[in-house]
Design a protein around this ligand. Structure first.
Ligand code: NAP
Ligand code: MG
Length: 495
């Protein structure tokens, strides 16, 4: 059933940012449009933050950090708010999903889980309150004295997100920042400035004090102004590798801690004993999630020569069988790509693949539609390691299948890109699969499936980033350590 007709979204054309606990009209009149990539219709617009808006948001976050209650609450008290935020986000699940789908074309099947996932992240980090509260006393190895190790909040954090998962890629920064006692200014990506308002609205409804969370919209220039702002103490960024490099350079100069979750080009190694039926059931989620616009998916499949044709046939069959269509239809698997710019990029990669001799077993072109940024879901066989589609991040519904002769060659192929974010091993032998997973030079690898685990660190090696999110390791990015040394004394016990 087409749900387009039932849409009634609370926010379409807005003129405000969320600053110091209230929706405040922008001080400027420059605006940016929000486009539905499935229809090319402009259905919303937001203000471009001015320097005065940026200063106001940063000043609110700074005041809330220096003299507000938030950093002075105990982690358990902050966790109570976070549990309330989780419930409030879940109450907003449906309009959030529709808004997200209209912004970036992600199918409802994807965006309907966004609120529950965000709530899960808030609840997971709320559960780490006692990790922060645990007294950490470390004796000097030489004896006679001890150190109290304190984890203080790092300060005002600038959180900058991309458009592919506009809720979860903010929340995996926001939740640990809030638990740690930080205050934040959020800048969503230009294509997706509206769905994040549901999270901010939930935070407002949960009674989080004014100034702790601020949201401003605008272009990359606004992001640049935020990361350089003198009141920013830490930067957390998810986005492309080229922008990540620029941000790292600025943060290096300013000696400002930064977490970077960047691009990827991950490989699925299919071992000769792999169960291809089982692989077919997880293929789209693991290799083409969100119309191929997911950083960690394994869009590069490495198949053993003796089963190459079988793998190509299975992958082609699964991709042919998945519906390309209106993101607001419940049974759509592939939507449009999110923006015109991304559409042009993906079509450029298709062209290069044809020119370099790859063989499309399905798709291979822009889709033949009257409107919308649709690309045919595509499988390329006979891909060789030097082709652009084998090495560069495409960020569209395109799979490349490469051939290998020996296991060592497969692992070398998996490890030769400049990235190191995700990866997969398909095998029926758990011991062998683990050995292969251990040899892959990447931040995460799945055996026969891929999913991120809120309690396990997630991050990229090499051009895929710096630092990790999720887990206690992800929380550590929002704390700064202080060691208080003192002479060991029985009177100190319990203090
Ligand atoms: P992007 O172009 O790098 O933009 C990301 C964010 O940075 C946007 O909010 C963007 O604003 C902002 N920005 C642009 N230039 C900036 C600058 N000079 N200083 C500060 N901020 C700036 O990435 P995208 O196109 O939105 O997202 C796709 C990329 O994200 C892919 O490469 C993908 O692999 C990566 N990604 C990585 C992960 C991960 O966890 N490793 C997860 C998801 C996506 P505007 O939108 O206004 O330009
Ligand atoms: Mg961009």
């Amino acid at each position: 059933m087409n749900r387009r007709i039932s849409l009634k979204l609370p926010w379409t054309h807005v003129d405000d940012h969320y600053i110091d606990g209230e929706w405040r009209r922008s001080t400027g009149d420059r605006r940016a449009e929000v486009v539905d990539p499935s229809t090319e219709e402009v259905w919303g617009s937001v203000p471009e933050a001015t320097l005065a808006d940026i200063d106001a948001a940063m000043a609110a976050a700074d005041l809330a950090f220096r003299s507000g209650s938030w950093p002075r609450l105990t982690p358990s008290e902050r966790a109570t708010y976070m549990l309330r935020i989780a419930d409030e986000i879940e109450h907003r699940a449906e309009p959030l999903a529709f808004t997200n789908s209209r912004e970036n074309g992600a199918p409802l099947a994807e965006t309907k889980g966004a609120a529950a996932n965000a709530a899960g992240v808030f609840r997971y980090f709320a559960g780490l309150a006692d990790y922060l509260e645990r007294e950490d006393v470390r004796p000097f190895p030489s004896g006679g004295a001890e150190s109290l190790v304190r984890r203080d909040p790092v300060g005002v954090c600038s959180l900058i997100a991309p458009w592919n998962f506009p809720i979860s890629l903010v929340v995996i920064k926001l939740a640990p920042a809030l638990l740690a006692g930080c205050t934040v200014v959020i800048k969503p990506a230009s294509p997706t400035p509206l769905s994040i308002r549901f999270v901010v609205d939930a935070i407002d409804a949960a009674g989080v004090p004014a100034g702790v969370v601020n949201l401003i919209t605008g272009s990359g220039a606004v992001g640049d102004a935020l990361i350089r702002h003198p009141l920013t103490a830490k930067v957390a960024f998810t986005g492309s590798t080229p922008v990540g490099r620029k941000i790292a350079a600025v943060c290096g100069e300013l000696l400002r801690p930064v977490t970077l979750e960047l691009g990827g080009k991950s490989s699925a190694i299919v071992l000769p004993d792999a169960d291809l039926d089982a692989m077919s059931a997880v293929l789209i989620r693991s290799c083409l999630r969100n119309t191929g616009q997911t950083c960690y998916i394994s869009t590069r499949i490495l198949a053993p020569a003796e089963r190459y044709d079988e793998v190509v046939a299975m992958v082609t069959r699964v991709v042919v069988g998945a519906k390309l269509g209106d993101p607001l239809d419940e049974d759509t698997v592939f939507g449009p790509v999110a923006t015109k710019a991304q559409f042009d990029t993906v079509v450029g990669f298709l062209k290069s693949a044809h020119e370099q001799g790859a063989r499309a077993t399905t798709g291979g072109q822009a889709a033949d539609v009257k409107q919308g940024y649709y690309v045919e879901p595509t499988v390329f066989a006979d891909v060789t390691p030097r082709m652009r589609i084998a090495r560069e991040e495409i960020f569209g519904p395109v799979i490349s299948i490469l051939r290998y002769e020996t296991l060592d060659e497969a692992i070398a192929l998996a490890n030769e890109t400049s990235f190191g974010l995700g990866g997969l091993v398909f095998s029926d032998d758990p011991v062998n699969a683990l050995t292969v997973a251990e040899r892959m030079d990447t931040g995460s690898v799945g055996i026969n499936f891929f999913a991120s685990n809120h309690s396990a660190p997630f991050g990229g090696r090499h051009d895929s980033g710096l630092g990790v999110e999720y887990g206690v390791e992800g929380l550590s990015a929002y704390v700064t350590y202080k060691s208080i040394h003192r002479k060991a004394n029985p009177a100190n016990q319990g203090r």
